[in-house]
Design a protein around this ligand. Structure first.
Ligand code: GZL
Length: 310
């Protein structure tokens, strides 16, 4: 044996390959599909045995996945939380079983000691950038006066990006007070959800200057409905979205969207580095953030040509 001295070093190394249990939010849109692909590809490249489960947007299913990973005595557990609440108990059981947990993409409101690292984007900053664009664009076109009536299309209620993108957008909007959020409806991250949400708003008012959609899928859905209603998305009604999926950038080139804030789904390699470092002695950072970029019609085309991964 290696003696009985208490080693403060890496956790006991797994005898065989690292087995990682991963519970994914679902398959709601382009960002999520790219995120799943990135995780599966990185597991293969790092020779990590991946047990992949899809929660189909149901937090209860996700808790069952995590429990099943504990029962299977996996080496490590990772998940992208569907919502922020409700994970404390199952994460305490993982800790008691000595299984480290890594969050990807989103956050939870649990005690931070229940996970070793979280890897994801800065959603508040994404909201700040979306509002900044709308104001700057209106300054150019309308000479910086008058209010801007904005419809906000929210992601799934209770998810970190939904809460924090709204928070960032509102904080920047407050700066000059020109942006007026006249409606906030959830489209649940999906294209169909974005269509239903904008239809609900149109039954109340058509005095819309802009749409802030919290992801590309909902923004593209809203653009289709607005065009079908004889309104002019991309010209009379500015649309700003977050993600920068291929569909989102194509929407920019086609003039359906005006501004897209990037939120990279390519988290796989960072996740596998944390998992390997946990057991082979590297330093594990508590928080790893993704880079962000912003696109408009001009910058979208070259990005699409440059062999973009998603
Ligand atoms: C963001 C991620 C969000 C994407 C949506 O990190 O959680 O979930 O912005 C996806 O497209 O549904």
């Amino acid at each position: 044996g290696c003696g009985d001295s208490e080693s403060a070093g890496p956790r006991t190394r797994p005898s065989g390959p690292i087995v990682l249990g991963f519970s994914q939010v679902g398959a709601e849109g382009g960002w999520r599909l790219a995120n799943t692909k990135s995780i599966k590809k990185a597991a293969e490249r790092n020779r990590v045995k991946l047990l992949f489960e899809d929660a189909a947007g149901d937090p209860k299913k996700q808790l069952e996945h995590i429990q099943s990973f504990i029962d299977a005595k996996v080496t490590a557990i990772s998940f992208s939380p569907v919502v922020e609440k409700g994970y404390d108990d199952v994460l305490r059981r993982a800790r008691d079983a000595g299984i480290p947990v890594i969050l990807t993409d989103r956050l939870i409101d649990s005690d931070p000691s229940l996970y070793v690292s979280s890897i994801g984007a800065e959603f508040v900053a994404e909201g700040n950038l979306a509002a900044l664009y709308l104001e700057n664009d209106y300054d150019e076109e309308q000479g910086g006066k008058g209010s801007i009536n904005v419809v906000e299309l929210l992601g799934a209620i209770g998810a970190t990006p939904t809460k924090q993108r709204s928070e960032g957008f509102a904080a920047t909007a407050k700066r000059t007070g020109r942006i007026k959020i006249i409606a906030s409806e959830s489209g649940d991250w999906t294209k169909a959800g974005g269509e239903a949400a904008i239809r609900k708003v149109l039954r109340r008012t058509r005095k819309i200057d802009a749409v802030f959609a919290q992801n590309d899928d909902m923004g593209l859905g809203a653009a289709e409905v607005l065009a079908a209603e004889g309104l002019k998305p991309g010209t009379d009604i500015k649309i700003v979205t977050v993600d920068a999926t291929r569909a989102g950038l194509e929407g920019l080139v086609a003039g359906k969207l005006n501004y897209v804030v990037e939120c990279s789904p390519l988290i796989g390699e960072d996740l596998m580095s944390v998992v390997v470092d946990l057991f082979f002695g590297g330093e594990v950072k508590k928080r790893i953030t993704s880079d962000k970029n912003v696109f408009n019609k001009i910058s979208a085309a070259p990005a699409l040509e440059a062999g973009r991964e998603y």
